[in-house]
Design a protein around this ligand. Structure first.
Ligand code: URP
Ligand code: ZN
Ligand code: ZN
Length: 459
């Protein structure tokens, strides 16, 4: 099967021109102006932006967490991602403390295999690093192509590791050519603040936010950056939210250290005023919590200073009945919010259309940088001969409104209800196949492939 996309505005991190893309099977064969080729199927992209499929490197699908499971399966989550132009996701496997990485891999693989609609890979979250786990790092890298390892400096008593384990893990991951990613907040401080608020009878969602002040994130981000520097292991901070944390990363540049930084769409667009006095704030109970307007300004600036490299979602949806588990106690509200479907359109509308970022930066943040950092480039993350034909066509002028009534995520509220956006994903190709067209999904459960990744390379 061959496909010819004609007369679109082709955007990559280095290109911006009106041209054509010719695809055979799963791969792009050629790109240029006025290609003189006939294909089985032609898509007229006149007036549309043609860009690499999105890569969201931070999602939690069907994840056991806080006494429940995140509500999108690999099927519903990756399908919703496709509707929004994200063709690849990277999910997190969680090692159970006292158990091996392989057991966790088998469990997650079992849930995803034959289920995903879009392409996917896994990071491996190491929650118990010991002499038994050490040799498994190499197995993950070499046999499974899992080259990034996740650590939690918070969620004390559940997922958190201490600095001793962090140092030892980073030494081993460096040896194997991998990368360590981190949820960087100070777990002990948060644990204390949660307990104190509860003891004082302060139980509403707002106290989730007040239990994780900026300093908890700034301190841990600095500590992680130091351990990364000492061990020489490449480091990536997930869901960075605030000025203090970004300054820790900025300071490290003085000694010529680079830490990769991901923020998430919600931290750019939403702020802590969502946490009022009622339970509605539970919609945005996530860790770290939403911050202040000054932090949003820092993050937008950090993007253009090349300090923030990726915009992800940390998609971790829970239906309202699940959020109600914490009705009388904020610490029992499952942490996370739904966004996998809307990251690309939100960032385009609020970022590109409002003049905060260029189109080239948009492609970097939503696709190319994640592909490079996580060992998927150039198969994914760009439009080039031999790359997978993961391609989105966006109508840059079409206006639409976000709502739980129309989204495809398995969650009964929208964190962005009523938001009016300009720019709509119209058509999505995944490995050469039209996956989304005219608001319909054309590929089935099981079409999504597991992606083995290369070792980390610098960009
Ligand atoms: O609130 C969040 N972020 N939930 C998912 C788990 C995590 O910390 O990323
Ligand atoms: Zn996290
Ligand atoms: Zn997460």
């Amino acid at each position: 099967m061959s496909v010819l996309i004609t007369n679109g505005r082709i955007i990559t991190v280095t290109d911006d021109f009106i041209g054509d893309i010719y695809i055979e099977g799963e791969k792009i064969v050629s790109i240029g102006k006025h290609l003189d080729i006939t294909a089985d199927h032609t898509i007229d992209a006149t007036g549309q932006l043609v860009m690499p499929g999105g890569i969201d490197p931070h999602v939690h699908l069907d994840m056991p967490f806080m006494g429940t499971f995140s509500s999108d399966s690999y099927e519903t989550g990756t399908r919703a991602a496709l509707f929004g132009g994200t063709t690849t996701v990277i999910d997190f496997i969680l090692q159970k403390q006292g158990h091996s990485l392989q057991e966790a891999f088998d469990e997650w693989n079992g849930r995803a295999t034959g289920t995903a609609v879009g392409d996917y890979s896994f990071h491996m979250a190491v929650t118990d690093f010991n002499d038994g786990t050490r040799p498994e790092i190499r197995t993950m890298v070499e046999e499974h192509g899992i080259t990034s390892f996740k650590t939690f400096m918070a969620y004390k008593g559940a997922l958190m590791i201490d600095d001793r384990q962090m140092t030892a893990l980073m030494q081993e991951v460096r040896r194997q050519g991998g990368l360590v990613t981190v949820h960087a907040t100070n777990g002990d401080m948060i644990d204390y603040l949660v307990a104190r608020h509860k003891a004082e009878g302060k139980l509403s969602p707002r106290y989730h936010y007040l239990s994780q002040p900026e300093i908890t994130e700034a301190e841990a981000s600095g500590r992680f950056t130091d351990i990364s520097h000492y061990t020489g292991c490449p480091g990536y901070i997930v869901h960075l939210t605030c000025e203090g944390a970004l300054n820790a990363v900025r300071n490290a540049t003085i000694r010529n250290q680079h830490i990769w930084v991901e923020t998430c769409i919600q931290y750019l667009l939403l702020d802590a005023s969502r946490y009022g006095d009622d339970f509605d704030g539970a919609k945005w109970v996530m860790s770290p919590p939403l911050r202040e307007k000054k932090d949003q300004a820092t993050l937008w600036a950090g993007i253009n200073q090349n300090l923030v490299n990726v915009v992800a979602t940390d998609h971790c949806p829970f239906r309202w009945e699940q959020k109600l588990m914490g009705k009388d106690d904020f610490s029992k509200i499952p942490n996370g919010h739904p966004a996998i479907e809307h990251r690309m359109e939100l960032l385009y509308s609020e970022g590109v259309r409002k003049g905060r970022i260029s189109l080239q930066k948009y492609v970097e943040l939503t696709s190319t940088n994640a592909a490079k950092i996580f060992g998927l480039f150039p198969r994914k993350g760009t439009l080039a001969p031999d790359s997978d034909a993961d391609i989105i066509l966006m109508d840059p002028n079409r206006q639409h409104t976000l709502s739980a009534a129309t989204h495809h995520m398995n969650v009964d509220y929208s964190a962005y209800e009523g938001w009016q956006l300009t720019g709509k994903i119209q058509t999505v190709l995944l490995r050469g196949k039209v996956a989304i067209d005219q608001g319909e999904c054309k590929v089935d459960k099981g079409y999504g492939q597991f992606l083995k990744r290369h070792r980390h390379i610098h960009i």
